[in-house]
Structures are given as structure tokens and as C-alpha cells.
Design a protein around this ligand. Structure first.
Ligand SMILES: [Zn+2]
Length: 371
């Protein structure tokens, strides 16, 4: 009996906090990081099929990834579902299924970042894809076409709620400079108009900054360092924060994709030691990718022979990779992805969810109602 009581005393605070309210929410989004990619990354990095931190998070569920109209999603419709609670069509950024892609705006869908701004919280994102890529764009912009990157970027400085995204860290400087020029604008004009400097590196951000925009040249930066910097800045705001971290884990280049999944995983593990018990950590993917595990021995190098196979694939003008261990056919796929969670509100991550349910997990963790 005594033992049971002790166990209850130990377990109760953990259970209460898992159901309780979160001050902060961090959403980690592995772009194209399906279950096969997670398993392959684990085997690649540790030799074990369950060696990653995300595989050992306390609450795990599956999530459907379909759009309002299609079986296989892109990042725009996928992220829109996750951060607004509404499905839309491929290519559409945080607008409803009444949107005609590239032609007519649909109903603007309120995002979890906009809810956070409305409630006076600090908000931010870090991405190693692109600052105006479909994933972060679905948090701060509303556009009928993900390709309209100048329009998307300008919307970051014309927020519908609060004072807009506080921390933006990601690459895409050259491409964005070009798309701004095409609409007769440039980075300086946007920065001056919003009275916000657009830094070119993390090192340029003042030590006591409460907001920061870091537009990098390249995606080859230290994700963990950038996420820790974002966390430091956002933590200076007393009311709490919402942070999204996107790791591009497309495995069209198998080794690079798996390495980026491992880097995202170690970043999540690190963040779990840095944030307080008042922070909900969520991991999911917007969609899966056509990567399959076909054979091999546990503990043996997973990607042996990859470079020779890539050379052969180039010669044969095929986009697929065939190793005895791994097959990759270059494209998104429609099967469910993993959702993992820890911290207050993590208990709501269970069962076979819809991608739109993840929005409600975040909203309820903050203690807010949809409006
Ligand atoms: Zn994606």
C-alpha cells in the first residue's frame, strides 16, 4: 500500500502537468519527415531502430495528412491544417478551401501564431528551408499561392493581430531579394517601413534583443544554436511564447535529409532540457516522403554504397535510389505521420488524429477558445 501511495505521489504531478495549461508551446515540424524517415534517421545515426529522442517522447499518436481535396499534401496545405485547424487545397497559405490557387483569395484562416499575438504572447519561428517557404508562411501570411514570396514576406510586417512575428530566423536572402525586386521593393525598404532591422547573421542580433529578424544566405547553419537563440529572445517576454521550428527533412538527397532529421531530433532533445515544465513540446510532420526500408542488418551502416548509387542514378537519369537497405522514390506520400508531445497538454496527443486536431491541442494547451 505504501508503495502504491509513493507511486501515486510521484506520478500525480506529472499527470497533472500533462493535462494542464501551457505558458509556452514549441511546435517542431519535420518537413517530409514521415515515419520511415524517422526510423531510417535513427538507424543511420545510432544503429538502432528507436534511437532518437522523438521516438521516446511520452505521448505518441498518428496523424492523417490529407488536404481538403487531395490524398497527398504539399507543405502549404499540410501546415495550414496543423496551425489553423482547417484543411485547404495544395499550394494555399492559411486560406480556406474557397480559395482558387493562384487566382482568387479565400477566407483567411486564423493561425495559432495569430492567436498568440492576439493574447499578447511573443511569437517566432526558425526554419532551415526558407523564411517565406510554405511552412513558416502558413503561420504569418494568407496567400492564394505559396509561390508569391514577396507578398508573403510583406505580410509579416502587416500583422492582423498584435505586433506580428517577433523572431524570424531562416535562409532565402538571395531568392527573396529577387522576388522583392520583381514587385519594385527591396529588403531595406521593407525593414525601414517596419522599423525593424533585417540581420544577415545571428551574431548581428543585440544581446538584449526582444525581437529579431535574421535572414540568412544559406540553409547550412547550426539549427540548435539558432533555436536556442530564438528561445532566449522569446523567453524575455513575461506572458509566454509560441515558437515553430521547421527542419527540412526531404530525403531527395537521402544522406542530407537523414542528417537534418537527426539535427532536428538533437535540437528537440536539447530544448527539452532548457524549457520549463510550463512548456508544451510538440513534434510532427506535414507529410511523409517516399522513402522505404527494404533490408539490412541492425548496427551496419545504413547508407553504404549510396554515393555510387547516386552517380549511377544520375547517369541513368532517374530520380529514384535503390540500395539493399533503402529505396527512395522522389515524392511526397499520403500515409499518416507521427505526432509526439511532452509537457502540459501532451495528453491530448493520442490515437489516430487528423492533422487539424494538432491546432486544437495547441489552442487548448494555451487555454484559449477558437474565435
Ligand atoms: Zn512539406
Amino acid at each position: 500500500m505504501k508503495r502504491v501511495l509513493c507511486l501515486l505521489l510521484v506520478l500525480t504531478p506529472a499527470l497533472l502537468s500533462a493535462q494542464g495549461r501551457a505558458r509556452n508551446v514549441v511546435l517542431f515540424l519535420a518537413d517530409a519527415g514521415g515515419i520511415s524517415t524517422i526510423t531510417a534517421a535513427s538507424l543511420h545515426a545510432t544503429g538502432q531502430s528507436r534511437g532518437l529522442f522523438i521516438q521516446r517522447m511520452p505521448n505518441i499518436a498518428l496523424s492523417d495528412t490529407s488536404t481538403a481535396s487531395q490524398i497527398v499534401t504539399d507543405s502549404a496545405a499540410g501546415m495550414t491544417a496543423i496551425v489553423t485547424g482547417h484543411k485547404t487545397h495544395n499550394g494555399v497559405i492559411a486560406q480556406g478551401p474557397d480559395t482558387v490557387k493562384g487566382q482568387t483569395d479565400g477566407t483567411a484562416l486564423k493561425t495559432i501564431l495569430e492567436y498568440a499575438e492576439q493574447h499578447g504572447l511573443a511569437t517566432g519561428f526558425v526554419t532551415n528551408d526558407s523564411m517565406t517557404g510554405a511552412t513558416p508562411a502558413s503561420l504569418y501570411a494568407h496567400a492564394n499561392d505559396r509561390a508569391k514570396s514577396a507578398v508573403i514576406f510583406q505580410q509579416a510586417f502587416a500583422p492582423r493581430f498584435g505586433d506580428g512575428v517577433d523572431v524570424m530566423i531562416g535562409p532565402g536572402r538571395a531568392a527573396l531579394t529577387k522576388s522583392l525586386a520583381a514587385v519594385g521593393s527591396d529588403l531595406d525598404t521593407v525593414a525601414k517601413g517596419a522599423s525593424r532591422p533585417i540581420h544577415a547573421s545571428l551574431a548581428e542580433v543585440p544581446a538584449d534583443a526582444r525581437r529579431a529578424i535574421v535572414l540568412l544566405e544559406s540553409s547550412a547553419f547550426d539549427l540548435e544554436e539558432a533555436v536556442l537563440a530564438a528561445h532566449r529572445i522569446l523567453s524575455r517576454h513575461k506572458k509566454g511564447y509560441f515558437l515553430m521550428v521547421e527542419g527540412d527533412t526531404h530525403t531527395d538527397n537521402v544522406r542530407a535529409g537523414l542528417d537534418r532529421m537527426v539535427a532536428l531530433d538533437t535540437t528537440i532533445a536539447k530544448m527539452s532540457t532548457v524549457v520549463g515544465r510550463d512548456t508544451l513540446l510538440l513534434f510532427t510532420a506535414d507529410h511523409s516522403f517516399d522513402l522505404a526500408l527494404r533490408g539490412g542488418r541492425l548496427g551496419a551502416p545504413l547508407l553504404e554504397g549510396l554515393e555510387a548509387e547516386q552517380t549511377l542514378a544520375r547517369e541513368e537519369k532517374r530520380r529514384s535510389i535503390r540500395l539493399p537497405t533503402v529505396r527512395m522514390d522522389n515524392g511526397h506520400t499520403g500515409e499518416p505521420v507521427m505526432v509526439a508531445a511532452m509537457g502540459p497538454g501532451a495528453d491530448r496527443v493520442r490515437g489516430y488524429m487528423l492533422n487539424t486536431d494538432i491546432f486544437h491541442v495547441m489552442l487548448r494547451a494555451f487555454g484559449w477558445k477558437e474565435n
